[in-house]
Design a protein around this ligand. Structure first.
Ligand code: ARG
Length: 466
């Protein structure tokens, strides 16, 4: 273990209690910020040159040493874990001093860890947001490919978990694409707010260094510098916003998982999940359990916990920096792991499942999922909707009594309830026409689905090359 410098030893007469030291240190978590801490430090050294705290020679020496350190950590990102530094900021400074001596001690001039930590964390978040946008595109792409091969696969659509109206497997896939598209948009929107740099806010009231903070911000890839230093070092809205987007997206993944668990169940068997993403029982040899999907559903709860944690950590926190804020990174990092892994696993489960088309179709025929068509038929013939609904309900009851499908009832039975019924009612009740009737925007008709598939493929393609 390296013994590192403390950043704040001067006014203390006694050494910290080791238990407290352990409790206080955050290196084991925030080491993941190392790249961004170094990049921020390089930019900060340029600001110190601008305000003449460093000479050009000093700035270059610091920059070169930091670049060497960056290379070292990119080869070994856990390099710092055997040091006893308090956090990643202390570690980088300690390494710099080790490399270039006393000059390294100038780097922290006019800067505080309060602005530094939020700056590094914002840079880290920005990078992960771009990665997540790509992850979300990938799952949408997998879903659109599945919808292309299943656009003719008819299955029941449910409300209250009761068969409601026939839909297609493709249509189900397209519904989830919409959700993931919204998650992607939410992440893009959040970039607008995260894109300002707190560096140069100092401890809470700004820096004495006369620097152009906007220039500094842009050097690190931010759009601008933050407006108020007191707010800048207190603000973790971007963490809350990120975790709330994660929670919404995990909710989508959890519902997708729940649907697939149901589709894969022995009672329904609309799909068969691949052996690659299921596991067996230690006791019952026949079992093949949808563990991957159950875990996504379970881990969604953990992500919600992270969102609640950060909200509670911040609630009632006085301005500006308080050590409570150090707890932001643990919840953020673990959520990113869960979210990215869940997206990947869900994508692979979708890619490898087998659709059991016959079971889907057979089930769509059951449950009188075409009863609404009967209502529409009567309405088209001029009957008021309420009356049409009542008559159709009576006919469903009759079919239930006879234990047959609506389309198996004799025409005289239809006529018994309304003389508007003609033989063309059988065409209307046909399952394919049930689907094709919903042909306005957003409907399940084959043409609408094909149109949506085309639009989604185009937009995914264009957003990939943009
Ligand atoms: N490790 C700290 C964190 O993650 C860095 C900021 C420390 N600032 C301070 N005033 N103690 O929040």
């Amino acid at each position: 273990m390296n013994s590192s410098i403390k950043l704040w030893g001067g006014r203390f007469l006694k050494k910290s209690n080791p238990l407290f030291q352990n409790f206080n240190n955050s290196l084991h978590t925030d080491y993941q910020l190392v790249k961004y801490d170094i990049l921020g430090s390089i930019s900060w050294s340029k600001s110190l040159l601008e305000c003449k705290v460093l000479t050009i020679f000093e700035q270059k020496s610091i920059e070169n040493a930091l670049k060497i350190l960056l290379k070292k950590v990119s080869h070994n990102p856990k390099l710092m874990l055997n040091s006893d530094s308090e956090d990643i900021h202390s570690w980088v400074e300690f390494e710099l001093v080790n490399m270039i001596g006393v000059l390294g001690k100038k780097l922290h001039t006019g800067r505080s860890r309060n602005d530094q930590v939020s700056n590094s964390l914002k840079l880290w978040c920005k990078n992960i947001i771009y990665k997540l946008i790509e992850d979300l595109k990938k799952i949408q792409y997998t879903l659109v490919l599945q919808s292309e091969v299943s656009y003719k696969c008819i299955m029941p659509g449910y409300t209250h978990l009761q068969r409601a109206q026939p839909i297609t497997f493709a249509y189900w896939c397209l519904a989830y694409i919409e959700m993931f598209k919204r998650d992607e948009q939410r992440l893009k929107d959040s970039l607008l707010r995260i894109n300002s740099s707190p560096l140069g806010s100092g401890a809470l009231s700004g820096t004495f260094c006369n620097i152009n903070r906007n220039k500094l911000a842009m050097d690190m890839g931010f759009l601008t510098a933050t407006n108020n230093s007191l707010d800048s070092v207190s603000d973790r809205d971007y963490v809350i916003e990120f975790l709330s987007i994660a929670s919404i997206s995990m909710m989508h993944l959890s519902r997708l998982s729940e649907d697939l668990i149901f589709f894969n169940s022995g009672e329904v068997s609309f799909v068969e999940l691949s052996d690659l993403f299921t596991s067996g029982s230690s006791l019952m040899p026949q079992k093949k359990n949808p563990d991957a999907l159950e875990l996504i559903r379970g881990k969604t709860g953990i992500v919600y916990g992270s969102l609640i944690s950060i909200l509670v950590i911040l609630k009632g926190l006085p301005l500006s920096y308080n050590k409570d804020l150090q707890e932001d990174k643990g919840v953020l990092f673990s959520t990113v792991n869960i979210w990215r892994n869940s997206l990947k696993i869900a994508e692979l489960v979708l890619k490898t499942l087998r659709i059991q088309r016959f079971n889907c179709l057979k089930s769509a025929y059951k449950g009188y999922a075409n009863a609404t068509e009967l209502v529409d038929y009567l309405v088209n013939k001029g009957l008021a909707f309420r009356d049409a609904h009542h008559i159709s309900g009576k006919i469903v009851l009759e079919a239930i009594k006879k234990k047959c499908f609506l389309e198996n009832l004799d025409i005289n039975i239809f006529k018994k309830y309304s003389d508007l019924f003609e033989l063309d009612v059988y065409n209307k009740l046909d399952i394919v026409s049930c689907i094709d009737n919903k042909s306005s925007k957003g409907g399940v008709s084959f043409n609408q689905v094909l149109k949506s598939i085309k639009n989604i493929k185009n937009s995914l393609y264009f957003s990939c090359i943009n």
